[in-house]
Design a protein around this ligand. Structure first.
Ligand SMILES: NC(=O)c1ccc[n+]([C@@H]2O[C@H](COP(=O)([O-])OP(=O)(O)OC[C@H]3O[C@@H](n4cnc5c(N)ncnc54)[C@H](OP(=O)(O)O)[C@@H]3O)[C@@H](O)[C@H]2O)c1
Length: 390
């Protein structure tokens, strides 16, 4: 008699995003039939609705929950508060009720500028923080409170600047890459010597998985999940420039006060345009202008001393750069976002070139059986020989 293996069921919220997508991919690939992953999109289960969360969780009764969802970075305070904070804590309440682990993906936005920032450090909670930072910090503080007072089993994974493939919204580091490729950064919007920590999106799922398997060690803990060595922004931009073979940004460094003046002037202009019925948005990155001019490095000692083994210790943003650039250039070109960018290494595959120039020839080759660009589907067999109803 074959024994039925009990599946572990996890819910990943934010599975269509950069980090959530990597998590879903990992868990779907790693463990055969042992883990079942559910990843509802925000239409199916919105963190803005406690009712949605309750319905979904009570139906599926998960064994763990991972929250990598986030409202758009430039959301208004109401959305940031509702989705990032209340949504996060509603999931924690579900985890508490079901007595299951809860992994929360957080951000270096909770830290002040500085070097070697430790897990126990954070900004003080003030009205003047950005809505994003405030909602992340409040989430962390409430999770800690729930752990200490109600026994919530949680782990916070704090990420710095994330690099990796599949950032379809083009945010953070990938926005910087885009600005350089698009030649939209004429001069350096940073200062020499400014350094930051980076987080490798490929490694996050392995850590989360390990933390789920070792609750005694990771429960109630915060981890800075960063590459060991921080990176100087000027050096990184120069390397990207070299890879892309572009001339900009020129070797001129715009001082922060001038950059801030420009950003404020743009804000004013947008307000004036609104008066005459033209609605335009401030680029979200300008919210973080100060960060380009401030060093912020996270201390990774706690992570290093934990039982997690980095599978690719040699991998850094520099070692991944060529792959990441290739991936995004191809993607942005396909989406016509980088129409003017010339790069000879992006020659089309022969059949794609034929599709562009000689579609009749391509179709003939396919119909004559000389060329088969399709899948084989050899693992599929007929479901039934019944003729479909008329
Ligand atoms: N990317 C970075 O550079 C970076 C840096 C530091 C920390 N982090 C942290 O990493 C986590 C993931 O960020 P990310 O960059 O992967 O985000 P992302 O790509 O912007 O994805 C956001 C995800 O949140 C979901 N979401 C938005 N509103 C929702 C709602 N009301 N209910 C349920 N889900 C909702 C979206 O789902 P739908 O598409 O279905 O709406 C999407 O899957 C966040 O906690 C962020 O703070 C990211």
């Amino acid at each position: 008699m074959t024994q039925q293996v009990q599946k572990t069921r996890g819910i990943i919220v934010g599975g269509s995003g950069l980090i959530g997508g990597a998590l879903v991919h990992h868990f779907n690939k790693c463990c055969g039939d042992n883990i079942e992953i559910l990843s509802p999109n925000s239409k199916k289960m919105s963190l803005a609705s406690a009712e949605d969360v309750e319905k979904y969780a009570s139906y599926w009764k998960p064994d763990f929950i991972i929250n990598s969802a986030i409202a758009a970075i430039d959301s208004d305070p109401q959305l940031a508060y509702t989705i990032n904070y209340i949504g996060c804590i509603n999931l924690a309440k579900v985890a508490l009720k079901l007595n299951i682990p809860y992994i929360f993906v957080s951000s270096a936005a909770v830290f002040p500028p500085g070097n070697h920032l430790l897990e126990e450090q954070h900004l003080s909670l003030e009205a003047g923080l950005s809505s994003y930072a405030k909602s992340k910090l409040m989430s962390e503080l409430t999770l800690r409170h729930m752990h200490e007072h109600q026994g919530l089993d949680f782990t916070v994974v704090r990420l710095a600047i994330v690099y990796g493939k599949h950032d379809h919204k083009i945010q953070g580091f990938h926005r910087l890459l885009f600005s350089i490729a698009d030649q939209a950064m004429p001069i350096f919007l940073t200062a020499k010597g400014v350094r930051h920590s980076y987080s490798n999106a490929r490694k996050v799922p392995l850590f989360v998985h390990h933390a789920l398997q070792n609750r005694a060690e990771y429960s109630g803990q915060f981890y800075n999940f960063v590459d060991p060595e921080p990176v100087e922004l000027v050096a990184l931009i120069k390397t990207i420039k070299n890879f892309l073979g572009v001339n900009r940004p020129k070797k001129i460094f715009l001082p922060l006060r001038v950059a801030n003046f420009g950003a404020n002037a743009l804000k004013l202009l947008l307000k004036i345009l609104l008066q005459i019925g033209i609605k335009a948005k401030m680029p979200a990155e300008l919210m973080f202008l100060d960060k380009f001019y401030e060093t912020q490095t996270l201390d990774g000692t706690k992570l290093k001393q934990s039982s997690f083994t980095d599978p690719w210790p040699e991998e850094t943003i520099y070692s991944r750069l060529s792959k990441i650039i290739k991936y995004y250039l191809a993607r942005w070109k396909h989406h016509n976002l980088l129409a003017d960018f010339n790069d000879d290494s992006f020659e089309h595959r022969e059949d794609i070139q034929q599709f562009i120039d000689k579609p009749q020839q391509l179709l003939k080759q396919i119909h004559d059986g000389d060329f088969t660009p399709f899948g084989k589907f050899s693992t599929l067999s007929k479901k039934s020989s019944k003729t479909p109803p008329k």
